[in-house]
Each structure stands twice: as C-alpha cells, then as structure tokens.
Design a protein around this ligand. Sequence first.
Ligand code: PBG
Length: 312
Amino acid sequence: MLNLVSNVYLSPANFIYPIFVSENVNQREEIASMPGIYRFSIDGMLKEVEECLNIGISNFLLFGVESRKDESGYWAYHEDGIVPKAIRKLREVYEDQIGIFTDVCICQYTTSGHCGIIVNGRIDNDRTLEVLSRISVVYASMGADFVCPSSMMDYQVKAIRRALDENGFNMVGIMSYSTKFNSAFYGPFRSAADSAPKFGDRSSYQLDYRNSESAILETLKDVEEGADIVMVKPALAYLDIISKIKERILIPLAAYNVSGEYTMIIRSGLDLDRTILEVLYSIKRAGADIIISYFAKYLFSRMKEMLFDRGN
Ligand code: PBG
C-alpha cells in the first residue's frame, strides 16, 4: 500500500557506472581502497560491461589508470593510451547498445598529479584548455558519446565545445563536472587511479563547500558555455546544492556518488542493502536525473527483487 504514494524511483536507465581501465592489469584486480571495485584490462572490462548490460545498466564512465606520466598528460590523449583503446573496443563490440562517457582530466597522467599543466609552480589554465580539448577530440574520434571534463579549469566547456565542433564532432555531448567541490571524499579514488597531487592540493581550482551561491553560479556558467549535462560532485554532503540547481536549470543534472561515499558505506558495518537504497533514493529525491555510482552494479544485480517489492 505504501508503494502507492512513493514518487521517487531508481532505474538502471538513469545510472552511469564508473569503470577503471589499466594497461598493467590481467583481467581484473580489486582496488584496495575500494573493496568490491576493480581495475580492468580491456578484456576484463568487456566482461564487466556484459554483466552490467544483463541487468540493464548501459552507460559507463571510463577512467584510465596510467603509470607512464609526464608534464603534459601525453598518455591521456595518445591514440594507443588505455582510454582511447578501451573506447575503440567498446564501440566495436557494442556499437550503439551502450553510452560511453569519458572522464577528461590529466591528474592520472601528470607527474605532478594535478589536473592542470604546471608552469612556474602554478596551474596554467589556458595551456590546460588546449590539452583538454585535444583529449576530448581524440576520445570523440574513438567513439565516445560524451566527454566529461573534470579538471575544473575556467572555460573548459567552451573550449572543448569549440574543439569538438571544429573537428566535426558536434554530435558528441559534454557532461561537465560543473560543480565539483574540493572534497575529502575523493580519497579512495586517488589511490585507485594513482592521481593524488604530489604537492599542494586542489583548492585553487575546486570549489569551496562553504558557499552555495558560487556553486550554483559555476553550474549556470557551464550551461551557458554549452554543457549538455551538468553535475554535482560529491552527492551526499551536497543534497542541498543538487536540489537548488535542479530548480534553476532545464538540462539534465547528474550527481556523482563518489569513491569516499562508497567506501564509507562499505566499511560502515551498517545494513548494506538498506543503507545503499536509502542513500541513492535521497540523491534521486534531491533532484538528480542521473546518478553516477560505484553501487550501480551491486544494486541492480542483487536487489532487483527488493526494489520491485518497494514499488519500482
Ligand atoms: C579527476 C577525477 C577525480 C574524481 C573523478 N575525476 C579525482 C579528483 O578530482 O581528485 C573522483 C571520483 C571519485 O572520488 O569517485 N579529476
């Protein structure tokens, strides 16, 4: 009976599942900082994607883990880099059955571990825009549906949109990490992707959580620059921001249920199934149209019946 009045739903159609790919893995290797989540070889990734498709998840966000690092993030956009190879393979095997989203950042690829190119000890915004544009064009040419700039450089959406259009990729979308806070919740990801900054922190380019107006402003700017989907990240400590932004925009809003939110629950000792449901429903209820979550596969494989019981 209570199902009758429920008005928030979770469907695999609205989830994006993050996948880590690496050249240095045989099939798959569990990530120590994120129990239950793996780094995959190209073959391992194909198996994972197959399993996800069987439970209705068809959108994936690719992250490369790279040991060949330099100052310019070269291996992020080299055509034989792990992400371009993964995109090519996925497109070849699955054609239009899946949505391929690709993180566009260089922190996994730079010796500094920063999301921008360092010049004289500082992030050079405009040189970074050139690299991000180049990465985006390469990923688009391999077959990505969406490029997802996450480095928080000024005007990154505008620069990438222009580069994509100039290269004939006007059909490729941009899901912008528009509202990305400087957060402790990325900790497990940084060990998973080997992307922690080697000096300083990301406070000069990620948002300060003590102000909600600037967070909303950043999102509106990205909408204006041409983003097709905007995102709030992390999700849980920012449900207020999700709901405020949802009221201000007319394009889809994604929320990233990040690595620290995953690990916090996995290690909590709480009733996992109930906690995961409660948290994911809260993100949806706050106003997220799309949820990016490491829980997606677990949720829709093991809890289908439970969701059904709750009226979904
Ligand atoms: C790259 C990037 C990060 C995450 C997604 N893209 C790390 C960071 O900004 O330090 C974090 C995702 C997660 O914690 O699950 N810049």
